[in-house]
Design a protein around this ligand. Structure first.
Ligand SMILES: Nc1ncnc2c1ncn2[C@@H]1O[C@H](COP(=O)(O)OP(=O)(O)OP(=O)(O)O)[C@@H](O)[C@H]1O
Ligand SMILES: [Mg+2]
Length: 251
């Protein structure tokens, strides 16, 4: 079975800092994967190296068996790999719908960000489907800059989905959401995982243990454990190195 992602000995150094230190990690398809680890463990850096946002210092990365090391972010995106950012970034001045429209066009290579013509049925259908799937239909005309933090996070997911990914990397998608929004977003992510492979970075342990089929634990630039939630909760290295007995026990 070909891995969705096969990370082979990837390191990323920032000067003397080893943000990633010889990471080996293969993620199987048809599972919802979570990556956890304390602040500064290298989780976001790993996403940055996978998406081509940052060049790895060494090592290689295969996406569904194809070597994507060194490719430009837009090339990797067009191969079907999308991500959301930990620090949310949408076009504040544009409407929800226009933000998604731009992403949908970028996938198809017809980038016309300020085109006022909405004559492209294929893109229109795609945008409508994404609005529906993320629950943003009612907010389609609202200016993105006026949205709540949680709705911006949803819009980020919508923008990523508009590029028609087969693999979606989510960097703390529920951070800043209230309990109701969190519950709703988790349900959406679970539904989405039926048709798109998902890797989620998340700090909230109850969410991770509820959502993930497989959990990877990173500490100080390395992977210290990988396995199903039950095994991770009982893993002595994980307890000692990161979570603290209590937090895992109550997850
Ligand atoms: N562009 C950069 N330049 C220099 N150092 C960086 C850069 N990006 C990340 N780092 C450093 O690399 C280390 C790993 O950071 P990273 O953002 O990947 O951690 P993280 O696991 O995502 O943490 P968090 O849970 O806080 O988001 C940190 O020490 C961070 O300060
Ligand atoms: Mg991070």
């Amino acid at each position: 079975m070909t891995s969705i992602l096969d990370i082979r000995g990837v390191s990323k150094h920032f000067g003397g800092l080893r943000a990633l230190d010889n990471v080996h990690l293969a993620l199987e398809p048809d599972k919802l994967h979570a990556i956890i680890g304390p602040n500064g463990a290298g989780k976001t850096t790993l996403f940055n190296c996978i998406t081509g946002t940052l060049p790895a210092t060494s090592g290689s990365i295969l996406f569904r068996g194809r070597d994507i090391s060194g490719l430009a972010p837009h090339t990797i995106s067009q191969m079907g790999l999308a991500r959301t950012l930990q620090i949310k970034s949408v076009f504040d001045a544009l409407s929800v719908e226009d933000n998604i429209w731009i992403a949908a066009e970028s996938r198809r290579g017809v980038f016309r960000p300020f085109a006022r013509v909405r004559d492209d049925k294929e893109t229109a259908d795609k945008v409508a489907a994404v609005l529906e799937e993320t629950g943003l239909s009612a907010m389609r005309g609202e200016t993105a800059g006026t949205l709540s933090y949680g709705d911006v996070a949803l819009l980020e997911i919508a923008i990523a989905l508009a590029t028609e990914p087969s693999l979606l990397l989510l960097d703390e998608p529920i951070c800043g959401m209230g309990p109701a929004e969190t519950k709703d977003t988790i349900a959406r992510i679970r539904r989405l995982s039926q048709r798109v492979d998902i890797v989620i970075i998340e700090h909230d342990m109850p969410t991770v243990f509820d959502l993930a089929d497989e959990i990877t634990v990173m500490v100080q630039g390395g992977v210290i454990a990988k396995g199903p939630p039950e095994a991770i909760a009982e893993n002595a290295d994980v307890r000692e190195a990161y979570l603290g007995d209590e937090e895992v026990a109550h997850a």
